[in-house]
Design a binder for this molecule. Sequence first.
Ligand SMILES: *Cc1c(COP(=O)(O)O)cnc(C)c1O
Length: 447
Amino acid sequence: MSQHRAKHSVNRRDFVRQGSSAVALGMFLSNGIFRSANAEESAKLAIEGGPRAVTVGAGSGKRWGEPELRQLQEMLNQSTLFYWGGPQTALLKKRFQEVCPVKYVQTCSSGTAALHIAVASAGIGLGDEVITSPITDIGTVIGVIYQQAVPVFADLGPATFNLDPGDVEKRITPRTRAIIAVHLMGNPCDMEALRQIADRHNLVLIEDCCQAWGAKYRGKPIGTIGDFACFSLQNSKHVTCGDGGVVGTNSDQFGPNIQRFGDKGYDRTRGLGLEVFATNYRMSEPQAAVAAAQLTRLEGIAEKRSRLGNLLTEIISGCPGIMPHQVHPEDRAVYWYYMFRLKLNELRCNRSQFVRALQAEGVPAIGGYIGKPLYAEPVFQKHAFFAGRWPVKEMGLTKVDYTQHHCPEAEAILTTCIRLPVTEFMEEEYIRQVGAAIRKVAKYYAA
Ligand SMILES: *Cc1c(COP(=O)(O)O)cnc(C)c1O
């Protein structure tokens, strides 16, 4: 303990020296961001009684109001609240296609439902392998498992937090049928590489856009490069109706399936008998009314969050011990959260100390995201998906064993990442102060 303190005080002197040269350098720079950041950095940490780096509020506002009310009133004048033939559903689909221009669209009850509909519509079934990210909402793979297919988890880019195409390709076997690309935190995956891999191996490419409303890959709307686009309208997402989802596709092969797989197998256009087996994932008109109104807000939300997140990256880039959220310069990330990592070998603290110091500065930082990679959760470790059993494995149709599964980078991400809320109600000054707080804490703990 005392040894640690001694090392630490040497480090403090180093910090002061480095800090003063940085201030001197700052005098030659006309950039106000860095000058004010340096002023913050030379102050004592708030956790040790110094002044807080964040003095302005995070901002707040209402996520729903007039447009939603108008749409709900219109809905109440209807004689039916059922989705099929419903004007709110039609409006939601039309506005969805303005955001994500695809030929076939089906509204549904959740992002999980959207993904299940995509997997089922693509004909993925017994023993088929689907490669995806181990750091995501469990909803990404629920549909895969219910179709008796097998999620295979590939490793991630260290700071994009998205699938590493090289590792995806390594995990392809003769049973692989699809890739689900999760645009984590609203940061677009490397779709060109994933599309090429999918085409080379004849795989279906599904985009999990649940955290990526309004994102763009090289200028193209998210969801338009894969074979399916799956979105969530759950409360925490950029736009919401409480719970809901949308699935879309341009594929004339799969497109006609999505309605039936969201609606108990009923084909409402052709009135056929039950040719496929599916569950009820329908979205009702009240939800569609709210969601349709929410989409009028999306561009503003996406533009603001994208700008704020990129600004934060600009401020914390080059800071010791910090790995900023890595976004391709030609992409638009929409920052569901801003996520960055600590390089713990460059810092004399652990993550919880860093997070507590940030919180004391007035930053609502959260250490970590999901508790563990999905494959490490008990239900995967025990292969206990269906009443404690996993028929696919018992029947010998898969060799996948989650106790042997490892994605080292994903595991490292989860133990070193910090999440910051980004909202459309924040001002640039707030983000500048958050950035200054990160720099201040990182400089203090720099090894
Ligand atoms: C939210 C989310 C889902 C699931 O959406 P629900 O509407 O909650 O079912 C799936 N994948 C990702 C990446 C998500 O963030």
